[in-house]
Write a protein that binds this ligand. Structure first.
Ligand SMILES: NC(=O)c1ccc[n+]([C@@H]2O[C@H](COP(=O)([O-])OP(=O)(O)OC[C@H]3O[C@@H](n4cnc5c(N)ncnc54)[C@H](O)[C@@H]3O)[C@@H](O)[C@H]2O)c1
Ligand SMILES: [Zn+2]
Length: 384
């Protein structure tokens, strides 16, 4: 079946079929698959049948909102599987992404008889995914984790690639490991219950893949904004699949972010600085990336790395999925934050800048005044 929405937009490139989409991730530490299909959550146990040892205990880490909507569905799927199934619930939100939370969860697992054969499922957004994968990576020196991402951001980004982490007072994600999952199961249907802002925040992250690697993703987002904002199942499933395809390619080529993986930081250099400067309260991560992508496009145009039409297309696409929160920030303070970011090497910020839609370059000679000018411009735009 071909979706009418997609066939109008990209007749040859993105043909929607209702079958299971499988994407291979080939990292040196482990090859695995990402499976994407509407309704997949209900058949989790069957999908994992050949991957989990018979009789192994299965723990599913989740947050209260996700448990409310999907906890029973997941539990039911394991009812006749021969596995003991236990839900672990952690409090909701970024501030619980801590080492002490990890310790509490590990103690709970021990009380429920966890051993080296046990498997942890991370059912939730990026917070649950990061905590769950970190916990799995160190529990009894490492047990398998299965990522079951339930936010758009987690489906297109954080569940694939094996990065885990918790925060310290001194900063975000300062403790972490690499622990590739056994599999990633992404069910676009679960996004229906996601709060509106969270959903749109994920769409900005999705857009990133269009700019860095695949113009067809960018074009489908340009021509299908209404369907995507309505969360229509078919286009959404296709979008998620194509974004994961890019993420899988990039992390397969560079598991530990020494080279190519850096292109995933498009929009993040200024985005991270905006998040930090507003104390992680005003902007959701994807929203900060949205502003960061506009700023990067402006910098690229002003340095003549790209043409103004390309920069304008990026700006228009981000704004089409808005509104974005206002930016009550001081441009110079944002610049200072940027220079102290953990990814800034030796005081020289690396910007991922678009040269065309689908192609970026890592640039380390952006003049400070050009970056500050771009921050001023997004600040101004945010008030319009
Ligand atoms: N490991 C990586 O490579 C990587 C990459 C990017 C981001 N991250 C991390 O991801 C985290 C952000 O993740 P996030 O944006 O998914 O936020 P989140 O995990 O906080 O989830 C957002 C909110 O949505 C709720 N929720 C999740 N799924 C739901 C659903 N289907 N229906 C209703 N409510 C639902 C959650 O309970 C939470 O309240 C950050 O901690 C960030 O550092 C990690
Ligand atoms: Zn991001």
């Amino acid at each position: 079946m071909v979706s009418s929405v997609w066939s109008r937009a990209r007749p040859s490139l993105f043909r929607y079929t209702s079958s299971l989409n499988r994407i291979a991730v080939q990292t040196p530490s482990r090859p695995y698959e990402v499976l994407i299909e509407r309704g997949l959550l209900g058949s989790t146990a069957a999908t994992l049948r050949d991957m989990i040892a018979p009789g192994a205990r299965v723990f599913a880490l989740t947050s209260p909102p996700v448990r409310k909507h999907y906890g029973n569905l997941l539990r039911k799927s394991f009812a006749k599987s021969g596995h003991k199934f236990e839900l672990l619930v952690m409090p909701d939100g970024e501030r619980w992404k801590t080492l002490s939370q990890l310790e509490k969860l590990a103690a709970k697992m021990m009380r429920h008889g966890a051993d080296r054969q046990s498997v942890l499922l991370a059912l939730g957004g990026g917070v649950v995914g990061d905590v769950g994968a970190f916990l799995a990576s160190i529990f009894m020196r490492g047990i398998p984790v299965v990522q079951i991402p339930t936010t758009l951001l987690a489906q297109v980004d954080s569940s694939v690639g094996g990065k885990t982490g918790v925060n310290l007072k001194a900063g975000k994600n300062l403790l972490g490991t690499f622990h590739q999952p056994l599999a990633v199961l992404a069910d676009p249907d679960v996004l229906k219950t996601l709060p509106e802002r969270e959903y749109r925040s994920g769409l900005f992250e999705a857009m990133k893949y269009g700019v860095i690697r695949n113009p067809a993703i960018f074009e489908m987002m340009e021509s299908n904004s209404n369907a995507l904002l309505r969360r229509d199942g078919a286009p959404l499933e296709t979008l998620i699949t194509e974004c994961i395809r890019v993420k899988a390619e990039v992390v397969s080529a560079d598991e530990r972010e020494s080279g190519e993986r850096r292109i995933l930081n498009f929009g993040h250099t200024i985005g991270h600085a905006l998040e930090a400067e507003t104390n992680y309260r005003r902007l959701l991560h994807g929203e900060a990336v949205g502003w960061g992508m506009i700023a990067a496009a402006m910098i690229a145009a002003s340095m003549q790395i790209t043409d103004t039409r390309t920069a304008q297309r990026i700006l228009s696409l981000v704004l089409a999925y808005g509104p974005l929160p206002k930016l009550p920030v001081d441009s110079r303070s944002v610049m200072k934050r940027l220079l102290s970011d953990k990814k800034t090497v030796g005081g020289v910020p690396h910007f991922v800048l678009p040269t065309a839609i689908g192609k970026v370059e890592v640039v380390n000679n952006v003049p400070t005044r050009t970056a500050i000018q771009a921050i001023k411009e997004i600040k101004y735009l945010s008030k319009v």
